[in-house]
Design a protein around this ligand. Sequence first.
Ligand code: KIV
Ligand code: NA
Length: 265
Amino acid sequence: SRPISLSDLKQMKENKEKFTCLTSYDATFTHVMNQAGVETILIGDSLGMVIQGQDSTLPVTIEDMCYHTAAVKRGNTNAFILADMSFMTYNSTEHALENAGKLMQAGANMVKIEGAAWLKDIIKALSDRGIPVCAHLGLTPQFVNKLGGYKVQGKGQQAADLLLADSLALVAAGADILLYECIPSELGKTLTEAVPVPTIGIGAGPHTDGQVLVMHDMLGANIGKRPRFVKNFLTNGRSIQEAFEAYVYEVKNQQFPAPEHGFKS
Ligand code: KIV
Ligand code: NA
């Protein structure tokens, strides 16, 4: 079968069919995810934490991202591949174009950048040159020092209205997917209904078009406290492939995320 494309994901939103995303950083796990039917794979800069043992995503370089993107690409046959642009690799339009080009040449089908309305010009420039962009909003881990920790975002009417305005502005600039991290479940619903492009959520409730989790977290392997939105799928004597299959099943059937994995307004 041919790999999943951006048009397939847009069609799934139209059809109200949920889709899955997991992070992967190497060829073998990518292959197993393909076998389990995971539609999209993200080479997240979370690799700074889960692979490198850093205490944030800030130390990750574009070379690190390209190395892991190339490894995922070699193991992939079916999934749509998103790759994160790491901290300080999209400071200007020119800088963003150069670094996004590297990720696309390493095998990405789309790049992801963190921010808000200020990303508009960068998104337009990338999009105009054939580079699809996912904008990551809400809790943006590259901003941890500014946010003062990993906290739920978009609480209260004013913050919710701002997130909606930013989302619409970024779609108008050319963003093809919006990813929301740690926002109230109700807001995840409002935003998903308001934008014409697919949304992906992590800690954003059950209503986003797609769901994403860090692979290590959903296999029950984590250093420190497990975030509220994480579920361990490597239970009941499952193999790793069966854990990925259970995740796909539960997302498609809207069993995951459950209310206890979400946040209130
Ligand atoms: O880096 C990452 O893994 C991510 C996801 C958690 C969305 O950005
Ligand atoms: Na990331």
